[in-house]
Design a protein around this ligand. Structure first.
Ligand code: DAH
Length: 369
């Protein structure tokens, strides 16, 4: 292999070398001022011997940098005789292309190797068994909520949300619950100074949705609600899902409401009987409470259903005209319903004390894996 050691004064010789040896891998591509040169083969060897991406970059700078050997070679070329310049430039460009691809290829190889090493060092061995790993569980309240939301989503009900800190208008007034109304007593809650409160139900989301959109509306509103209650079947925070359907006047009937809710309750509780019992809610007229035949005694009468054979599960009705008035809707009809998720979860999973759902005791969740 020809190791070039030519001085600048022997440029003419160098040029000859350049022109004859390019194809043999003996091309002199650098003629440094100190008269030392490195052949293409040697540069390629250097590249091959690199053991890191950093070393590759060093060579790239030495060859391609502003003060690199190629820049110098091109500069020196200018001193060559005019008729030889084109030939030298062509050869130098070939050298440039060869070195460039050698550098790039080696860089890819080194980067791939480095990645492999890093992956081995950082990687998670999925085949490794850890006696400490434990399977989690979905909280029964969230699991029940998901099932309710999934059912109505499949029927094209949109899922709406609203703030937990509500104002009096959305939580009560617009729902036909004026300040003097005795039904407010059943929904005592936590009040803030500025006339805001923790919402007592998800019904205010009906109001917000109606005020933000135009009919037709088909929505449910899942979320947390708050009341000043605490006993075996009540906690200060619990969850509800509200439902609302609004369409043109005369289009929505109680029969539509019955059909939807019967399908829903069969989905949640299986083959149960469903009973609509007349009731009162300020925001619906007529209103009903809905019972299912007791899933524990199949309607025969037991402790859970207080020997009645029936379990109350939700409230519903035809939207009161005063509610439509409050949101500025005219010539419409609609139905609404509301249910407590904890009540559903307690019945489905036979949980005796509602408070246990919020004690944060992991032993509760362990039963739902
Ligand atoms: N908001 C009621 C509550 O918290 C539940 C309810 C009953 C909602 C009847 C409704 C309805 O939309 O029609 O007790």
């Amino acid at each position: 292999m020809a190791v070039a050691k030519y001085s600048l004064s022997t440029w003419a010789f160098c040029r000859r070398k350049l022109s004859v040896s390019v194809g043999d891998g003996l091309l002199l591509i650098t003629v440094s001022c100190k008269c030392k040169g490195t052949t293409l083969t040697e540069w390629i060897e250097k590249i091959e011997n690199c053991d890191s991406v950093a070393a590759i970059e060093e060579i790239r700078i030495a060859v391609f940098g502003k003060k690199g050997v190629l820049a110098k070679a091109f500069a020196e070329m200018k001193t060559a005789a005019n008729e030889e310049k084109a030939g030298i430039a062509k050869e130098l460009n070939e050298v440039k292309a060869k070195l460039n691809s050698a550098l790039n290829e080696k860089k890819i190889v080194l980067e791939t190797e480095a990645l492999k090493v890093a992956m081995q060092a950082e990687g998670i061995d999925v085949s490794l068994f850890s006696p400490l790993s434990e399977r989690g569980a979905t909280h029964p309240v969230m699991d029940t909520m998901d099932r309710v939301v999934e059912y109505f989503s499949n029927l094209n009900f949109s899922v709406e949300t609203g703030p937990m800190v509500e104002d009096d208008f959305h939580n009560f007034e617009a729902l036909n619950l004026p300040k003097y109304h005795p039904a407010r007593d059943m929904q005592d809650t936590f009040y803030f100074k500025d006339e805001t409160l923790l919402r007592t139900h998800t019904s205010p989301v009906q109001i917000r949705t109606m005020m933000n959109t135009k009919p037709p509306i088909r929505m449910i509103a899942p979320g947390s609600v708050f009341r000043r209650d605490f006993d075996i079947t009540h906690t200060p925070m619990f969850h509800q899902v509200e439902g609302l359907l609004v369409d043109e006047k005369g289009k929505v009937s109680f029969a539509n409401l019955k059909f939807i809710l019967e399908g829903f309750l069969h989905h949640m509780f299986g083959d149960v009987e469903v009973r609509f019992r007349p009731s009162f809610f300020p925001f619906t007229e007529p209103s009903a409470e809905v019972d299912i035949s007791c899933i524990f005694c199949e309607g025969k009468g037991c402790r859970v259903c207080s020997k009645t054979g029936w379990l109350e599960v939700l409230g519903c009705g035809i939207v009161d005209p005063n509610v439509f008035k409050a949101v500025g809707y005219k010539e419409v009809s609609g139905y609404a319903f509301g249910l407590g998720i904890e009540r559903f979860a307690m019945l489905i999973h036979q949980i005796p004390d509602l408070r246990s759902l919020f004690e944060g005791d992991v032993r509760l969740l362990e039963q739902f894996r």
